[in-house]
Design a protein around this ligand. Structure first.
Ligand code: NAD
Ligand code: TYD
Length: 333
């Protein structure tokens, strides 16, 4: 299978590239990535010499390059996106460009080149917040942030291409991922690396917001399955089944690192902060998928990885990251 992965130098994309090369001998992967602040070729250092892997630096909004890169592909998996909610609040423009227009550029190329399969990587955040119960794939889209609204816009375009042009699309909507190689702006890697350095952990609001945590390899397994066995035109939820409050994660990270609660700082809440996400994943489970990694084991493994790989995250937490952190967290920085 000749696979084009976009955004493969980011967190989930790089884990997916490694996952696919490790499990399928017959796969060839082209990774198209712009290398924004979140893209990092260090994430794929261990596979860069694999003859089945090629890297192309470029923007998914560049129609000519996208056309050239996708020609002859058997499938496209689109991970490329701006992904951080807080950045979408301070500056939504890049989210609309990449997440909406970039997706459209890919869809047009897939349609014109008659690529047999297109998988859009989406998020549970498109459904908005839910106080009780869980979202199914039929639930209405009700996004809260510019990030989730851009992802929802992309999902609607993807589904419209199926309905209008018969483009063979699939969508996965996963819950919050965690694991190795996640950029230290999201809560898990930010809090782990801050705690290692005895820096404060900024908890938004009352810290009681709930996310459903999914170990990144479990997401990769779900994506692989949908890519191979999903029905074109269909959406598949991928959730970890681990609903945890932010404060519980915070305490657990401190405990795993042998640090005290005095590092916790309550800071102003995120505007439009979704209270709870929860997914009904029976559709994907019916295809045989289930998450393998329980939250506590996954978090322990993840903390261990950041402890053992400071040469990966220390260079990141300088430069661009430092100015972002100062802008976002003010005096705490
Ligand atoms: P990430 O921010 O770590 O990586 C994004 C990657 O996309 C980077 O390598 C970046 O360089 C690349 N990119 C950005 N703009 C681009 C452009 N215009 N052209 C080409 N490449 C570009 O993101 P992630 O956390 O790995 O998320 C991957 C996908 O999964 C995203 O679509 C995101 O919406 C979705 N998702 C993420 C989570 C999560 O918990 N991280 C949960 C659900 C869904
Ligand atoms: P995040 O990792 O940004 O993922 P998402 O917003 O896409 O779910 O945030 C996860 C939760 O952690 C969310 O409820 C916001 C909260 N949070 C904090 O309390 N402090 C922080 O510094 C960050 C980044 C997030």
């Amino acid at each position: 299978m000749r696979l084009v992965v976009t955004g493969g130098a980011g967190f989930i994309g790089s884990n997916f590239v490694r996952y696919m090369l490790g499990r399928h001998d017959d796969v060839e992967i082209v990774n198209l990535d712009k290398l924004t602040y979140a893209g990092n070729l260090e994430n794929l250092r261990d596979v860069e010499d694999d003859p089945r892997y090629t890297f192309v630096r470029g923007d998914i909004c560049d129609a000519a390059l996208v056309g050239e890169t996708l020609r002859g592909a058997d499938a496209v998996v689109n991970f490329a996106a701006e992904t951080h909610v807080d950045r979408s609040i301070s500056g939504p423009q890049d989210f609309i460009s990449t997440d909406v227009l970039g997706t459209h550029t890919l869809l047009e190329a897939v349609r014109q080149l008659e690529i047999p399969r297109y998988l859009q990587i989406s998020t549970d955040e498109v459904y908005g917040s839910i106080d009780e119960g869980a979202f199914t794939e039929e639930s209405d889209l009700d996004p809260s942030s510019p990030y989730s609204a851009s992802k929802a816009g992309a999902d609607l375009l993807v589904l419209a291409y199926h309905r209008t042009f018969g483009t063979p699309v699939l969508i996965t909507r996963s819950s919050n991922n965690y694991g190795p190689y996640q950029y230290p702006e999201k809560i898990v890697p930010l809090f782990i690396t801050n705690a290692i350095d005895d820096r404060h952990l900024p908890v938004y609001g009352d810290g009681l917001n709930v996310r459903d945590w999914l170990y990144v390899e479990d997401n990769c397994a779900g994506i692989d399955l949908v890519l191979r066995e999903g029905v074109p035109g269909e959406v598949y939820n991928i959730g970890g089944g681990n609903e945890v409050q932010n404060l519980t994660i915070t305490h657990r990270i401190l405990e795993l690192l042998g640090k005290g609660d005095e590092l916790i700082r309550y800071v102003a809440d995120r505007p439009g902060h979704d209270r709870r996400y929860a997914l009904d994943c029976s559709k994907l489970r019916a295809l045989g998928w289930r998450p393998d990694v329980p939250f506590d084991a996954g978090l322990t493994r993840t903390v261990q990885w950041y402890v053992e790989n400071p040469e990966w995250w220390r260079p990141i937490k300088s430069g661009e990251w430092r100015s972002y952190y100062a802008r976002q967290y003010g005096e705490l920085a």
